[in-house]
Each structure stands twice: as C-alpha cells, then as structure tokens.
Design a protein around this ligand. Structure first.
Ligand SMILES: [Zn+2]
Length: 271
C-alpha cells in the first residue's frame, strides 16, 4: 500500500508556467487541466510548439484560454523536418495579426546530441535559422540544449549582438560552463521537476550559481513530474513543488522565489 502523497500546496502569490505542452497532456481533458491549474494560482502559461504538426495547434489553444500563450518553433529532435515549407509556415503565423497576438517567443529550438533524433548538421541549420527568425521578429527564444554545450555556446556567440531579447535555456541540465556563458549573455535559466530528483546534483549546482533575477519556473509537462508525484503525468499545477525546492536549494523564502520568478517571466516574455 502506498502512503498518501502530500497535497499540492495552494500558494498565495501568482505563478507563471513558462514551459509546458498542453497538446501532449492526456490525463484529463484540456478544460479540466486548465480549471485545476487556475485553482492553484497559475496565472499564465506558455504552451510550447515542437513540430510542424502543432504549430497551429498551440495557437488554437492560446486563442481558446485567456491565460495561455504560445511559441512557434521546431524542437531539435525535429531538425530533419526543417525546410522551406515549415519556415514559411512559421513566418506566416508570426506575421498574421489575427494569429500572432499570443505568440511570445520562438521555440523550442536548440540542439540535442543525447538522443540525436535528427542528424547534427540538420539540427545546427534549424537552430541557426530559427534564431535568425527571432532576431527578425524581435522575439526571445526558448532553447533546448542537451549534450551539446559546446555547439550551443558557439552558435549563441554568433547571435550575441543581434538577438536583443535573449531568451531562456529551458530545463537546464547542462554544465556550469554553459550556465556561466548564458548568464553572462543575459539569458534566463528554466528549472523544473528535475531539481527534485535525487541524482540531479549537477542541476542543483547550476541553480546555486543562478541569480534570483535569472530564474524561471517551468514544468515541461507532461514530462519530468516533480517529487512527490513521480509516476503521475506532470501538469502546471505541480509548479509549487518546483518553487519549494528552488527556495530550499537557494536558501531563501519561498515568497522570494515566487516574486522573482514572476517578475522575470514578465520581463522576458512581455505578455
Ligand atoms: Zn519542452
């Protein structure tokens, strides 16, 4: 018999979910997930696009729910899908004033040499071209980088002066070198349920060197459910557990984390 899990705390301050994938959540209907999320004071959420098939879907979701915003971009796993048609599709959505009101970033884009689901050269090309789209549209970027620190740094260096609004290295699991580089370049680092995992000492080390002014909260749901709900599908209403763990690692009051993360999210995404 498993022991009863601690209820999800209801916090007094508003929270912004900066990275999740509502179109991939399956445990309840979308209406039910949004309703439950409201009860937990999640004030705004960004549902992230990843592939050619959900570019329009995330916009439709953002149009339906007032508190949900979205992005446009191809995940590094989908690098092989990046071509002229997909670029035209992204540009059409970004330029269409009836569709672009709630698009707050280009993402998630980047490099993943851990799974290498797309060839490296195609990942690199998709990453660079989508960074240029962010430059051209004056949008921030949502970056996914796994086992690719060196190339991520090299590419971002090339955009150091042109990418004005910077962005976030989401689900930060990289080494301290990328953390230092990103922070020096004025990027934010996104932390999620991984920081509650026993074996994630490296992620907690990165969190320790991240100033409060650069921390963003995310779940990356449906993946990476925080303790004590591992084994359940993740959702934005578990964010209080992420915030609590960040406060513990940073040795500050929970309220301090919530206030900073909220402010940081507004500063970056300008909802
Ligand atoms: Zn994601």
């Amino acid at each position: 018999m498993s022991k009863k899990k601690r209820d999800i705390p209801i916090l007094d301050l508003p929270i912004i979910e900066t990275h999740f994938h509502l179109d991939m959540l399956k445990s309840m209907t979308r209406d039910e997930i949004v309703e439950k999320t409201r009860l937990h004071h999640i004030e705004k959420m960004i549902t992230i696009s990843t592939n050619p098939n959900n570019l329009d879907e995330v916009i439709a979701i953002a149009e339906k729910y007032p508190e949900i915003y979205c992005t446009q971009g191809l995940h590094p796993h989908e690098g092989k899908e990046w071509n002229d048609d997909v670029r035209a599709h992204v540009l059409k959505n970004l330029n269409d004033i009836s569709k672009n009101k709630k698009i707050v970033a280009v993402g998630e884009i980047g490099l993943d040499f851990y799974y290498s689901k797309s060839p490296r050269d195609e990942q690199l090309k998709a990453f660079e071209e989508q960074l240029q789209i962010a430059v051209d549209h004056n949008l921030p970027v949502v970056i996914h980088s796994r086992d690719a620190d060196e190339d991520t740094i090299a590419i971002l260096k090339n955009f150091s002066t042109t990418l004005k609004r910077k962005g976030v290295i989401h689900s930060f699991t990289s080494g301290l070198e990328l953390a230092h580089f990103a922070l020096c370049e004025n990027f934010y680092l996104g932390f999620n349920g991984i920081i509650t995992f026993k074996n994630a000492e490296n992620v907690r080390d990165a969190l320790k060197i991240t100033p409060l002014e650069k921390i963003l909260l995310e779940t990356d749901s449906p993946f990476l459910t925080p303790d004590p709900y591992r084994g359940f599908e993740n959702a934005p209403y578990y964010l209080p557990f992420v915030a609590e763990k960040i406060a513990e690692v940073k040795e500050v009051e929970l309220e301090t984390i919530l206030k900073h993360a909220y402010r940081n999210s507004l500063d970056l995404f300008k909802f």
